[in-house]
Every structure is written in C-alpha cells, then in structure tokens.
Write a protein that binds this ligand. Structure first.
Ligand code: ME8
Length: 644
C-alpha cells in the first residue's frame, strides 16, 4: 500500500481561529481523505506552534503563564482541537511544540547542526519585528516597516546563533528550479527573485530577549528561534530523534506540506536548507495556497474582519461550509469571502443541484416502486450520455485532485450531477409513470440516477464526509471504495432508495444576510465628523498646577466586571515599578478583552476612592460621555513614563 504523508502548518495559539485557518486545514483534510479513499496509508499531521515572544507577551498581558495560556487555547472550549472536531478534520496526529519529546528532539537537532559547524555564534545588529519574530536588514524593510506584516520594526542588537543559510543557497535554488518541489509554479519565481537572487543571508536562529522557547541546552540564556522549533515538528511528530513515535522511517519524507502563501519562504528555502544540513531527505512538495480575504484584506483580529466558523457551522452545517470553502475559491489563489457568496453557493449547488437530485430520485423510487426498484428494467434513449459522464468521472476527478485543484475536482462532480438533473427532464419519469407498460423503462431511469448518485456521493465524501455517507446510506450502503467508484453498474438492480429529510434547505438570501449582519462582529465604526463647535473654556491654569497632576503610562494586565455595577470595570494596570487596581466607568463601551495588553494614561497621584466596594487607586484618561473612549498610548511609550 502506498504511503502518503501530508501536513498543515502548525497554528500559533495566540488568538482566536478564524475562517482563514479553517480553510487551510479543511483543504488539507479533503486531500488526506481523498488519498485514503484511493487506498493510501495516510498520515495527516496538524498541531500548534506554541513558543515565541508573541505568546510570552500575550500570556503576560493575560496574567497567566505561557503554558497556561496556550493550554487554554489549544485544549480549552472552542480551542484549536475543538475547532478541528467541529470541522470534521481527520488528522491522525496532533503535535504541540511544547510536548516534552519535541522539545528534547529540537535540542538535539540544534546541537547536531552546531557540531557540524552549520550553526555558529555571532552578533545580530539590525531591525526586529515583534509580531513576526523576524530580524530584518535595513534593505529588506518596505517603507521602513516589516516586509511581512507591514508593522513597525525596532532596533535590535543581541548575541545570537546563526544558521549558515548562505551555504545552501545554490542547492535550494536548484531544488526550486526542478519545478515540482514548490507549487503552484508562480510561487517559484517569487522565491528565486525576491529571496535567492538578492543573496541569502545567514539566519539568526536563537533569541536572548525572552525565555519562552526551547532552551539551547549548551548555552543557557538562548532559546531556539521559533521557526526552527516549528519546522522540525514535521519530523519529530513521526519520532525523529525521540522515542515517543516510531513512524519516521515509514512516512518521511513528506509527500506534501500544505502552507499559506506568506510562509512559503520558510518552507521552500529555510526548511530544505536545514534538512540538507541535517543530511535528511527533503519533502517531495510544498504547496502554497492563497488567502481567504475579506473585502480584499487578510483576516486579522486587529482589523476586526474575522469570520467565525462556529457561527457559520451553526447556521449552515459543517459540510456546507467545507464545500463552500473548497468549491468557491481556487486553492492556489486568494479568494474574497462574503456571506452572499456563501449563501448563493449553498442555494445553487447544494440545495438546487445535489439536494434536489437526491430528493427527487428517492421520492420517485418511493412513489412509483415503494422505495425499492424492480429488477425488470429497460434501457433507452439518453442513458448512454449519462452513463458515459458518470463512468468517466473518477478519472477526471483524479486528474484534478492529484494536482490539488480541489475546486476543479468538485466542479467535475457537479458537471455530472447537472447532467443527471437534465436527464430527469429528458426522460420525464412522471410521464413514464402514467403507463404501466413503461414501468421497466421508468425503473431503469431511476436506477441510472441512483447509480450516478452512488459514484458522486463517494467522490464527494472527501469534501463532505457526512453528506457523502448519508447519501450512500439512503442507497443501502452500496460499494463505494475507490475501485467501485470508477465502475458503472455496481448498485444492485433491485436497489432501495430511502427518502429522508432534505439534505440542504434553500435559504432566503436577503433575510439571511440581514440576520448575519446582526450577528457578525461589527466593523469598526466610521469616525463621525469632527465637532467644530467651541466648548465653554475653563479658567487658565499655570504650569505648576498642570505639573501637579502626575500622569503616567500604564499597561492593562487584567480587566473584569465589578459585580453588581453594570457600568464599572476593574482594571489591574502595570506601571513597570508597581501594579494598581483602578475602577473605571467604561463597561458599556469596552469588554475586558478590548483593554488587556493596551497602554493608557493613568492619573497616578489621584487620592484613592472606593467605588462599589472596590478601591480605585488612580484614574485612567478617557474622552467623551456617550460613548466614552479611552485614551490609548502608542505601544512604544515605556511603562511608568511621565506624560506631560
Ligand atoms: O504561520 N486565509 O501559524 P498561523 C488562508 N505557526 N489561510 C490563512 C489565513 C487566511 N485568511 N489566515 C491564516 C503560522 N491562514 C506558523 C506555521 S509551520 C511549521 C508554522 C493560514 O497560525 C496561514 O497562511 O499564523 C498558515 O498557513 C496557517 O493559517 C497558520 O497560520
């Protein structure tokens, strides 16, 4: 039996997961299920990438340890594992980079590259982007900002270990030029022109400015760069350099790493170079898929445009969502998500074509033959075209699926389903039913429809596992293995077809859009026109009077409602030299999560006051009365800094 090892990127459990993450994992799941259907021995790996400064900072802001923080997001309610369960993701293994076996293996891997001379100690001087955890040179910046996320970068100088990426530049280029290693082909030129041709610099692979990472065991104070730690997950999860698993020999090298386009550089340049250094076989393929964008922008929490998969599954069901993601967008390119597209796709393909064909066919088998076809059947006009289309489907589908053209794979199935709906119009079974003599012909027409549905349901099941299985169940669980799906006529002649509830209901587009609009997170409000009316001025004060107010920069590290006080939030703020409790009347305008991690201005020498039983030691600056807006400070202002 042939082996097939497929991976998704491992996710940063730093914030909620959205439809973009779901897209990547569901696509990978469809490929893994397709390979299983073909009879391959599949290993499908996913997991979480849990180290790094970003996680350390978020944990600190939430007032918990990094491990507690990631545990909650990975294992907790609506966490990463929950989401994959919801989406019916069939991963065989789940790795967490905080797992002991992985950490110990990373230490050995790092040491091995160091002993070989491919990792050496040096000093890093340049720019650093915190969210991306990446060092950049001045020339790599775009308009002075991080080339990956567009965010601000900071001067950085630290002693660090470097990986001799430059040494492997020509081998990596040759690998990319094979044309089979990285797909789609458009990504190859991007890698060669943007990264290899300008000259690959050695990669900084350790950090000393934070501690939440795999410690470099031979040099305390250094932790392994999160991407080195993350990339090797694909091998440690199989048991490479650890005893936890024993599948490395069996499954490595990977058949394909499915990754988003922004991390193609890590997977197609850095990853093979490190494997070359370790003298390990290289993955056979890296596939860089496009992004799901929302009105042209990548989804991100800070832009407030994330779409919640739980909400969509709740309204439409998991299969409809899986289907939409893989049918609507071309996997290698960006796709613009919209609720309207989602609803239209459900209506046009699932309710009108697939659902309708299933219910019409089953209803006719029920009405004319009591749910079970007679063996006495008669071939006739139009049969040939439908039989040819359904018999050729598996091959056409396979051709598309083998190059990960998932959208086209589905479109091949829908061509046949449409053909079958047309066949109903052509053969007009309701007219045949009027005459007893035509019953054998009618039986054959319904058989052909049911047999077409057997093949289509089997080939749909990697995309819509529940729906595929349900159609097959209603057909009496006929043969649906890979071999049988390539053959016509395997449904027994006296097949039964159980009528059941409609598989997909038609949705009223306008009503549904309005309902969704009310439910989905609101876009940030457009700023209102600025007020121009002059306020009544207060008497002038002298400089000393102003300076007697001590304003300082503080960061919110925790926030919670005050029991029995609807308007109040209790904040714990950090001034760098001490923490304080402050009560503020902003509960109507801010949720605790909106505030944690943000810096604001604190009147720190205000006399304490007790509000609803909680002592408030200071006051935060805010503007307006309804709504009240907190005056947030730039993240670059140091904690405790005086504001004047
Ligand atoms: O990159 N559309 O983790 P991550 C499509 N930890 N795909 C999207 C998307 C969107 N809107 N948003 C995110 C990491 N993704 C690393 C991986 S692997 C050794 C380490 C995809 O949680 C994104 O492209 O930021 C990436 O492939 C995956 O989600 C995980 O992103």
């Amino acid at each position: 039996m042939s082996k097939f090892y497929i991976t998704t990127p491992i996710y940063y459990p730093s914030a909620g997961m959205h439809i973009g993450h779901t897209y990547c994992t569901v696509a990978t799941d469809a490929i893994a299920r397709y390979k299983r259907l073909q009879g391959c021995d599949v290993m499908f790996l996913t997991g979480t990438d849990e180290h790094g400064q970003k996680i350390e900072d978020k944990a600190k802001a939430a007032g918990v340890t990094p491990k507690e923080f990631v545990d909650r997001i990975v294992e907790g309610e609506r966490g990463v594992k929950d989401l994959w369960k919801l989406m019916n993701v069939s991963n065989d293994r789940f790795i967490r980079t905080t797992d002991d076996y992985h950490v110990a293996a990373i230490q050995k891997i790092f040491k091995k590259m160091y002993d070989k001379g491919d990792i050496y100690k040096g000093k890093y001087v340049g720019k650093y982007c915190k969210p991306c955890e990446s060092f950049w040179t001045e020339s790599q910046l775009v308009d002075g900002r991080c080339p990956d996320c567009g965010g601000p970068v900071y001067d950085a100088e630290e002693e660090a270990y470097f990986f001799r990426l430059s040494k492997y530049a020509s081998r990596v280029q040759a690998l990319l030029e094979t044309g089979t290693f990285l797909e789609p082909a458009s990504r190859v030129n991007e890698m060669i022109n943007n990264f290899i041709k300008p000259g690959l610099e050695d990669l900084c692979v350790s950090r000393t400015s934070f501690t939440w990472g795999v410690p470099v065991d031979f040099d305390p104070g250094h932790v392994v760069y999160v991407w080195v730690d993350a990339l090797f997950n694909y091998t440690t999860a199989l048991g490479f350099m650890n005893d936890r698993y024993n599948d490395y020999e069996k499954y490595w090298p990977a058949d394909v790493h499915i990754v988003g386009k922004e991390i193609v550089r890590f997977h197609s340049i850095i990853w093979p170079a490190m494997l070359m250094s370790m003298e390990l076989p290289l993955p056979k393929k890296v596939y860089g898929h496009g992004w799901l964008v929302f009105n042209g922008e990548k989804m991100s929490k800070s832009k407030g445009n994330v779409v919640d998969p739980y909400l969509l599954v709740d309204r439409y069901g998991v299969d409809a969502l899986r289907f939409f993601l893989l049918r609507e967008f071309s996997f290698g390119q960006d796709g613009n998500f919209s609720n309207e597209l989602l609803i239209s796709r459900i209506n046009s393909d699932l309710a009108n074509v697939l659902g309708n064909l299933v219910s019409r066919t089953a209803a006719m088998v029920g009405k004319y033959f009591d749910g079970k076809l007679p063996e006495n059947q008669e071939e006739g006009e139009f049969d040939g075209e439908l039989i040819d289309a359904a018999s050729a489907l598996r091959a056409a589908y396979e051709k598309e699926m083998d190059r990960f053209a998932l959208q086209n794979g589905l479109s091949e199935i829908f061509k046949v389903l449409n053909r079958a709906n047309k066949y109903i119009d052509e053969t007009a079974p309701w007219t045949l039913a009027k005459n007893e003599e035509n019953k054998p012909r009618l039986a054959r027409v319904l058989y052909n429809l049911a047999e077409t549905l057997r093949i289509c349901a089997g080939l749909l099941s990697p995309f819509m596992p529940g729906t595929g299985a349900e159609i097959l169940r209603r057909l009496g669980d006929p043969a649906s293995d890979w071999d049988s799906l390539g053959k016509w006529g395997l449904l027994p002649a006296d097949a039964s077809f159980e009528a059941g509830a409609p598989l997909f209901a038609r949705i009223d587009v306008e009503k549904e859009l309005a309902a969704l609009d009310a439910l989905l997170p609101k876009k940030p409000e457009e700023p209102k026109e600025e007020k121009t009316e002059r306020p009544e001025p207060l008497p002038k004060i002298d400089f000393d009077a102003f300076m007697s107010v001590e304003l300082r920069c503080a960061k919110v590290v925790a926030a919670e409602p005050v029991p029995k006080a609807k308007k109040l939030l209790k904040l714990t703020v950090d001034l760098g030299y001490e923490q304080r409790t402050v009560v503020s009347g902003i509960a109507k305008y801010y949720k605790p999560d909106d505030l944690v991690g943000k810096k604001l201005a604190l009147v720190s020498n205000l006399k304490p006051a007790v509000l609803c039983g909680v002592e408030s030691d200071g006051m935060i600056l805010a503007a307006g009365e309804d709504p009240i807006r907190v005056v947030f400070l730039d993240d670059a202002v140091p904690l405790g800094e005086r504001i004047r």
